[in-house]
Design a protein around this ligand. Structure first.
Ligand SMILES: [Mg+2]
Length: 381
C-alpha cells in the first residue's frame, strides 16, 4: 500500500469571551488544530493529529517538506515514518502527525484497532481525567476553581488536574495562600475525585518543596512539572522527598531527551505527547520507562484525534493507566469527528472501527477555517 500524497488540515475556532482562559500571563483567544492526512494507492486514508503548539501553518510546511521522502513508500512498513529530532517543535509535530496517520493506516489495512496492533489483549475503554483548572484568576474569584472541580465530580471523572492560576506576583500570592485554596478544593471533592497539580514549570524549588509535601499529605495523584524542566537535579530531589509521583516531560520529543530523567529518577511518571513525538516514539519511551519501573501518563491537550491516539496506547500498554482529556478546547475538539467516541462516567470507550477509530467530519475545513495569529495574547497587569 503505497503513499501517494500528504496534506495538513489546519483549523481554528475563536473562543467566546466567556470561554477564553487565562493562566500565568496569557489569555487564550482561540482553539487550533492540525491534522495530517495521508492518501494511499489503495484508497485508504490515514489521519493523525499534530500538537497545534507546533503552530499549524509551520507544521503544514514541514509536512510538505517531508512529503517527497515519503511518497511511493509502503504505508504499512514500520521503517517508513520519519523520526523526531528533538530540535524543532514544528518539525517534530509534523513528524508526529505523520506517524499517527501511518498507525491509523496500518490499523485500517489490517482491519484492527491501533490498540490491537500494540497488544494482544487491549482494554476496550480507558479511564480519563479532566484536564483544566486553568481559568481561575487570583484577583477575581479564585473560588472558580472549586466550582469547576465540582462539575467534574458530577461528570464522574476519577481525577482532575489543575494549574497554579494567574501570575502570582500580580496579586501577592504566596505558597501559603495557594495551599489555602488547595485545601479548600481538596475538602470540597474529598472521597469523590482525586486531584493532580500542574505547575507548568513556574515554581522555584524553594516554593515547590513545601507544596509537594502538602500535596503528598493530601494524597494528590501526582505533581506535574513544578519547576523549570531543565533542573533535572531539582526534579530528582523533589521526587525523592515525597511519596506522591512527580511527573513531567510533555515538551520532550525523543527517547534520548527522556533517558537522563528516567535514569536519574527525576520523574516517577513520564508524560510524552504523541502529538509532538509520535506514537512510535511514545511506545519506545514507554518501554524504557517500564524497564525502570516507571509509569507513563501521556500528555494529551488539544483535540479529539490526539486523544484517540493516546487512548489506544493507554488501552494497550501495561504501564499506561489514564488518559488526559482537555476540558476547555471548546466545540472544535470533537466536531472534527464524524462520530466522537462514547465518553461517560470518566471513561472513554474505544470505537469498534479499525485504525484510530474516528473519521474527519465532512466540511470541517469550511466550518473551522484556520485563523492566522497566536492562540494566546500576553496580558499585562
Ligand atoms: Mg503539563
Amino acid at each position: 500500500m503505497k503513499i501517494i500524497s500528504l496534506d495538513t488540515v489546519c483549523l481554528s475556532r475563536m473562543h467566546e469571551p466567556e470561554r477564553q482562559w487565562i493562566t500565568a500571563s496569557y489569555r487564550t483567544v482561540k482553539a487550533d488544530c492540525a491534522i495530517v492526512r495521508i492518501q494511499t494507492d489503495e484508497g485508504l486514508v490515514g489521519i493523525g493529529e499534530a500538537s497545534a503548539y507546533g503552530v499549524p501553518p509551520r507544521i503544514a510546511e514541514w509536512v510538505d517538506w517531508l512529503a517527497p521522502t515519503l511518497i511511493g513508500k509502503d504505508a504499512t512498513d514500520k521503517a517508513t515514518p520519519p523520526h523526531p529530532n528533538g530540535k524543532d517543535r514544528a518539525h517534530d509535530a509534523a513528524v508526529a502527525g505523520i506517524d499517527c496517520a501511518l498507525w491509523d493506516l496500518r490499523g485500517k489495512a489490517a482491519g484492527k484497532r491501533v490498540s490491537e496492533l500494540l497488544s494482544d489483549s487491549p482494554a476496550s475503554s480507558v479511564p480519563m481525567y479532566a484536564s483544566s483548572g486553568c481559568r481561575y484568576d487570583w484577583r477575581d474569584r479564585p473560588a472558580q476553581l472549586i466550582e469547576e472541580a465540582l462539575g467534574y465530580v458530577e461528570q464522574g471523572f476519577p481525577v482532575m488536574k489543575f494549574r497554579i492560576g494567574t501570575q502570582w506576583e500580580w496579586d501577592g500570592v504566596t505558597v501559603d495562600r495557594f495551599l489555602g485554596l488547595v485545601r479548600e478544593l481538596h475538602q470540597a471533592v474529598a472521597g469523590r475525585m482525586n486531584l493532580a497539580l500542574d505547575g507548568n514549570c513556574r515554581l522555584t524549588l524553594e516554593e515547590a518543596l513545601p507544596i509537594a509535601k502538602e500535596l503528598d499529605r493530601l494524597e494528590f495523584a501526582w505533581l506535574e512539572e513544578p519547576i523549570p524542566w531543565s533542573d533535572i537535579d531539582g526534579y530528582a530531589a523533589l521526587a525523592a522527598a515525597v511519596d506522591m509521583p512527580v511527573t513531567g516531560g510533555e515538551s520532550f520529543t525523543t527517547l534520548e531527551q527522556f533517558r537522563p530523567y528516567i535514569e536519574k529518577r527525576a520523574y516517577d511518571i513520564v508524560q510524552p505527547d504523541a502529538g509532538v513525538c509520535g506514537l512510535t516514539e511514545l511506545v519506545r519511551i514507554a518501554e524504557l520507562a517500564a524497564y525502570h519501573g516507571l509509569k507513563l501518563y501521556p500528555h494529551s491537550w488539544h483535540n479529539g484525534l490526539m486523544a484517540m491516539a493516546h487512548a489506544h496506547a493507554v488501552a494497550a500498554l501495561p504501564n499506561l493507566e489514564i488518559l488526559e482529556v482537555c476540558q476547555i478546547q471548546g466545540p472544535l475538539q470533537w466536531d472534527i469527528a464524524v462520530e466522537p467516541p462514547a465518553m461517560n462516567s470518566g471513561h472513554l470507550h474505544l470505537p469498534d472501527s479499525p485504525g484510530l477509530g474516528i473519521e474527519l467530519a465532512e466540511g470541517v475545513a469550511e466550518r473551522y477555517p484556520y485563523i492566522e495569529g497566536h492562540y494566546a495574547l500576553t496580558v499585562e497587569r
